[in-house]
Design a protein around this ligand. Structure first.
Ligand SMILES: Nc1ncnc2c1ncn2[C@@H]1O[C@H](COP(=O)(O)OP(=O)(O)OP(=O)(O)O)[C@@H](O)[C@H]1O
Ligand SMILES: [Mg+2]
Length: 339
């Protein structure tokens, strides 16, 4: 059976749950949304069928074909998202586990607009919802022990440092390389800094989304334009501030207005979490350590690689240089707070 047939099959089974026996006669069309970065494939499937009194009806699903380590998203969806985040994620319709792969079927979100983050009020609602989600996940019993994130982070941090140190040999890259000593200090102390972050009394440790950026959030069309978060494959235990800084730091590159209202958005998050809106020193410090962790988990390395990549055009390399410099600034803030 081809993958397309399997995906259509998965959608038809989900349709049977949602609409009943009419599913058998439904006409399915599909469109591939993305071949995910890892072993997943995402497809939008529309099912047309005769509804009540023969009236034509269409239901659209998103089917994720998950293999290898991406299969964890099916478990996470079933045991965490559907129970603790149902209001802020596409509705779970079905999970089908096969021997080699899982099919995750969720509601297809009709977006209100392609780039909602130009509207501060929508970004603010997203941040508030994120806080509420983190309150919820505090009660989750899902162990999430299948992924050694801390181990991978340590490896990625060492690689990032090695790459930056190498920049010393290139005249035009020295402005970045001059941060290498500071970076070395943060990387050498990363385990301790992470320990302090995860023990931080206000935020401590709980399941987090783990990959929150503007591309993994959407705003639902309709009168009640609610943000939703998608792509839960990197959910793991962590500091909730890792989600917050991941969203706010990636927004700053694309949406300068969000950068200007950075603290307001952080306060919206604190409100969602049920905390005082005051950003005290401990919160600020933990926030920068969370940001530095995100930078060292790959965000910085990706841009350092692009800076060095001769196949990229000068404009792309220049942009990567500037973004890398910005990430180094985030790490410098964590450094200033920690030492
Ligand atoms: N429920 C949904 N409703 C509408 N669109 C969706 C939905 N889920 C995913 N998409 C679209 O498909 C894209 C890829 O989905 P997702 O982010 O879940 O997969 P991924 O494997 O992580 O892919 P990528 O590496 O591209 O992020 C999303 O960026 C989004 O445009
Ligand atoms: Mg994604």
């Amino acid at each position: 059976m081809t993958l397309t047939t399997q995906i259509q099959d998965a959608a038809r089974k989900a349709l049977l749950n949602v609409a009943g026996p009419v599913a058998a006669e439904a006409v399915l069309t599909h469109r591939r949304l993305s071949l995910g970065s890892e072993a997943s494939e995402v497809v939008r499937v529309s099912a047309r069928f005769a509804g009540r009194r023969g009236k034509p009806q269409t239901i659209t699903f998103v089917v994720k074909h998950l293999q290898g380590r991406t299969r964890r998203e099916a478990t996470i969806y079933r045991d965490l998202v559907a129970t603790h985040a149902s209001a802020i994620a596409p509705r779970l319709l079905d999970v089908q586990d096969g021997q080699a792969a899982s099919f995750l079927v969720v509601e297809a979100i009709n977006q209100a607009m392609a780039w909602p983050w130009q509207y501060l009020d929508l970004t603010a609602v997203l941040l508030r919802q994120l806080g509420q989600f983190h309150v919820e996940t505090m009660q989750s019993m899902l162990p999430l022990t299948d992924w050694d994130y801390e181990g991978e982070l340590a490896v990625s941090a060492a690689e990032t440092l090695a790459r930056l140190e190498h920049f010393r040999y290139y005249e035009d890259l020295r402005p970045l390389a001059r941060h290498a000593r500071m970076l070395d200090r943060v990387v050498s102390n990363l385990a301790r800094l992470r320990g302090a972050l995860l023990d931080e009394s206000t935020f401590n440790q709980r399941p987090i989304h783990g990959d929150l950026h503007p591309g993994n959030a959407m705003v639902r069309r309709g009168i009640d334009r609610r943000p939703v978060m998608i792509d839960w494959g990197r959910t793991r235990p962590g500091s909730p501030l890792e989600d917050v800084s991941s969203m706010l730091q990636s927004l700053r590159f694309f949406e300068p207005s969000a950068l200007q209202r950075h603290d307001l958005l952080l306060k919206e998050y604190l409100t969602g979490l049920g905390r005082d809106r005051r950003i005290d020193d401990a919160t600020r410090g933990a926030y920068w350590v969370a940001g530095a962790s995100n930078a060292l988990a790959g965000a910085l390395n990706v841009h350092l690689l692009t800076v060095m990549d001769a196949s990229r055009n000068p404009r792309q390399r220049r942009r990567a240089f500037l973004v890398a410099r910005d990430w180094l600034r985030v790490i410098r803030r964590a450094h200033a707070w920690a030492f």
